[in-house]
Write a protein that binds this ligand. Structure first.
Ligand code: GLU
Length: 422
């Protein structure tokens, strides 16, 4: 079974819960959500710097727009295929609904390793992608953003290409893409917002549970999201005992300062050798693999890289008390069952990593109204949105004895269903 069908299973559970608990008829809307509303597949020709012509496969999948224009990132990775993008688009529909944003869900992607291209090649590919999907994009239609393998520079190229094709000077068209650089009408704090959201949500949960602080935390993945969530939690006084990137991980019982590790990574390319030159006391520090980082004795485990890393092979070996899903879809359905039976609390992706899309929504507002938001305003309004969503999820969790994931999916489905009835 593919990952889309697996995600639908989670949604089917939410449908049954709504039927049983609230007598809501959600059959029809569930049937509709089983298929994306539009699947756009494109072939992107790219002239490499050496003159060779190559072709890359790209997608934009618009899953559902009952609550508002489609919204979701664009991913550049070699794992990109239709099933993955379709799943991530469905998760965007649910994420926006759960948080209460007037937005639907979409996702885009190109099957490419962005690190294998020169900057010029990356720019040409990104502009070509926009030319191919142009007709479907715009502030009232579908608003892309960064995701794994893309960043603000790529969004700047994309919005520039979009404006060139549109031949219009309306500033409101800047809201066609979010996650742009701050110098190019982007939002202060947007880049850190997903990580900030993770920190905020984790704090809400540990307060409810009266957890002893400081927390011992392991973070898998050291891209924008993994780095920022680690940085914010470190600044709060928690101990970041393990970090990893795609090449491997590091553990130190005294904890790391993520900012120093990031500086090292930027200069040297990978974090796995960080220990050798930076921490002298030997016993407490070891190199670990990306599998081992998931099984450490910690309070909180944060998967912040790719899908399905917590699965039936390792769910029984996980020792964390809380899992904060900063990646999209890091836990399989089989693993979720095992974790539930072991009383490990999973904060689901559509809640844990929703800070990014909330900030994207603020960026749209900033562009449309031609305002300039401060980082303080962004983080404070982000907290308000997340507080409301968290409290709702917690209400279902306590009142009906559901997992946090089932609560979140149930609320999202209920909201989409109400919009559909209208
Ligand atoms: N790519 C991010 C996500 O998965 C952000 C999407 C957006 O801002 O539109 O939530």
């Amino acid at each position: 079974m593919g990952i889309f069908d697996n995600t639908l299973k989670k949604l089917e559970k939410a449908k049954e819960i709504l039927k049983n608990l609230e007598g809501q008829k959600v059959e029809e809307v569930f049937e509709i959500l089983k298929s994306p509303q539009r699947v756009i597949t494109v072939t992107l020709p790219l002239k490499r710097d050496d003159g060779k012509l190559e072709f890359y496969k790209g997608y934009r999948i618009e899953h559902n727009n009952f609550l508002g224009p489609y919204k979701g990132g664009i991913r550049y990775s070699l794992y990109v295929d239709e099933d993955e993008i379709k799943t991530l688009a469905l998760l965007m529909t649910l994420k926006c609904a759960l948080i209460g944003l007037p937005l639907g869900g979409a996702k885009g992607g190109v099957n490419v390793d962005p690190k294998s291209l020169s900057e010029g090649e990356l720019e040409r590919l990104s502009r070509e992608y926009v030319r191919k999907i142009y007709d479907f994009i715009g502030p009232e239609k579908d608003i892309p953003a960064p995701d794994v393998g893309t960043n603000s520079k790529i969004m700047d190229w994309m919005v520039d290409e979009y404006l060139k094709i549109s031949k219009k000077k309306d500033i409101y068209l800047l809201a066609s893409f979010t996650g742009k650089s701050v110098q190019n009408h982007g939002l202060e704090g947007r880049e850190e917002a997903t990580g900030k959201g993770g920190e905020i949500i984790l704090e809400f949960l540990t307060k409810k549970l009266n957890f002893k602080e400081p927390l011992k935390i392991a973070v898998q993945g050291f891209g924008n999201v993994g780095y920022n969530v680690a940085k914010f939690l470190f600044e709060k006084g928690h101990k970041i005992v393990a970090l990893s990137d795609s090449k491997g991980g590091i553990y130190c019982q005294d904890g790391f300062d993520p900012t120093l590790v990031m500086k090292w990574k930027e200069e040297r390319g990978s974090i796995s050798d960080y220990l050798k030159e930076n921490i002298n006391d030997s016993k407490s520090k070891i190199k670990i693999t990306n599998e081992e980082i998931l099984e450490l004795e910690v309070d909180v485990l944060i998967p912040a890289a790719i899908e399905n890393v917590i699965n039936q092979d390792n769910a029984n070996k996980i020792k964390a008390k809380i899992i904060l899903e900063m990646a999209n879809n890091p836990t399989t359905n089989e693993a979720q069952k095992i974790l539930e039976s072991r009383k490990i609390i999973v904060i689901p992706d559509i809640l844990a990593n929703s800070g990014g899309v909330v900030a994207s929504y603020f960026e749209m507002l900033q562009n449309i109204k031609n305002e300039k938001w401060t980082k303080g305003r962004v983080f404070s309004e982000l907290k308000d949105y997340l507080f409301k969503a968290f409290e709702e999820v917690w209400y279902y969790f306590e009142k009906f004895n559901l997992s946090l994931r089932d609560s979140a999916f149930t609320i999202a489905l209920k909201r989409i269903s109400q919009a559909y009835q209208l």
